[in-house]
Design a protein around this ligand. Sequence first.
Ligand SMILES: Nc1ncnc2c1ncn2[C@@H]1O[C@H](COP(=O)(O)OP(=O)(O)OP(=O)(O)O)[C@@H](O)[C@H]1O
Ligand SMILES: [Mg+2]
Length: 492
Amino acid sequence: MSIRFRLLLSYLAMVLIPIVFVILSTVLVALLFRGDIKELRNIYLPPEHHQRVTEKDQLLIDLHRESLKNPGQFMNQSYLKKIDNQLSQAGGSSLLVRHGDKIIYQSSKITGLDKDDLPAFGFYGEVDPVEEINHQFVTIKKSDFLFPDNSEGTLFFITDANSLARFARSSFPILFIGLIFILIVTNGLLTYYVSRSIIRPIRKLQKAANQMKEGDLNNPIEVHSKDELGQLAQGFEEMRIRLKESIEKQIAYEENRKELIANISHDLKTPITTIKGYVEGIRDGVANSPEKMERYVQTIYSKSIDLDHMIDELFLYSKLDLQRLPFHFEQLAFDDYLVDFVEELRFDLEKKRIEIYLDIEKSDNYLVMVDREHLKRVVTNIVDNSLKYIDKEDKILSFKLSIIDSQIVFSMKDNGPGIEEKNLPFIFERFYRADLARGTEKGGSGLGLSIAKRIIEEHQGSIWAESSKGQGTTIFIKLKKAGDTIEENSNH
Ligand SMILES: Nc1ncnc2c1ncn2[C@@H]1O[C@H](COP(=O)(O)OP(=O)(O)OP(=O)(O)O)[C@@H](O)[C@H]1O
Ligand SMILES: [Mg+2]
């Protein structure tokens, strides 16, 4: 429940509960006094409309009938006195008779009643059920009839209502105090419950904010309500998680950076030490024959090439890492691109007696958005690895292009030594070499596949490897198809 709705409900309850209380207590008072609430309604209705007939009501009905049948006798004072007595016995009522606008009989119990206070002939409308006449509280019932001379006559049955008024008066302070009490209790309770549901989560948030300020980001914020505060807490919780992630990332990044510097220093140091050693050999005259000299210079040269290659790769990797390497994407048919690439490669490989196969599955098209140059680097890096690590007499490379789940999958398989399963998940990490000793001997820096991975990721694609020791390695590249038709304005 939202806080707004809760406040509205509690406001309504604060208003309605006391009102209901007042109504209920008023009804209760009336019931207590009259015994039946309907009686209140009956006071001004002609007796025949009364719903519940008491002994007194029956008398009134009889009198009414009598007044219609035999109105003359209602001028007889002794008859009236008799009725008056009957009335006073039946229900403590007194009789008053009006003839025209004159009062011809008035019970001795009625004092101080002004004839103007009495309702007119034929009037049965709404009149206060309890009249205050000369500081006396009375209820008045009446019954109209016509005297034999056709003049208007009315019988008034006046009942003392002082006990009701007194009761109302005496219970009024109790009612008033009760009302105030109920008001205070309802307001107090509702305010307590509503504010508790607001203040508690605020305290929790405050505590969490303090913990975060102190750098402790491990404690989740436990506010589960669905109201505005719950949403605020959820936002806060998301902020905490993000902050934690970003700090962890920062730490991991720092670690990475340190490791990177250590790796670079180590990898640069090895060829430089070799170069330095050979240069010293020349300087000190150890290379004392033209053959030795030739060998020394050749080693220095090849180590410089390794160094150059390594620096190039490092430079490329750092540009990729900083996202400073520009990509020029263009739409091209991957199958045609591969046919050209393999043709070019076949020329070099034939000299090295390496077989290369290309299998392109039938498909409508192999359109992709790629950067031609960078993609070539990826494929070259992978082919270089295969060539570098193949240890068999008959060296075979098999490329395959197919569509799987509407994506282009390109695989490059060699029949080399394969990669041990435990090393497989790491070969795309920078500076990773599955077999360190052999890797160094082969002159690799361990950057080739990580560069390939970065480039493929820039293409929104994925790259992975499958391998079994002794059988060979397959590297897979998956790329999104770039539409079904060649775009006219693709940028070449
Ligand atoms: N075709 C393959 N056969 C066997 N092992 C492979 C093959 N391709 C990669 N590897 C293993 O994965 C490691 C990582 O390859 P990666 O190309 O990243 O580095 P590298 O070849 O050692 O160095 P660089 O490519 O920078 O010259 C290699 O050191 C090698 O152990
Ligand atoms: Mg490599």
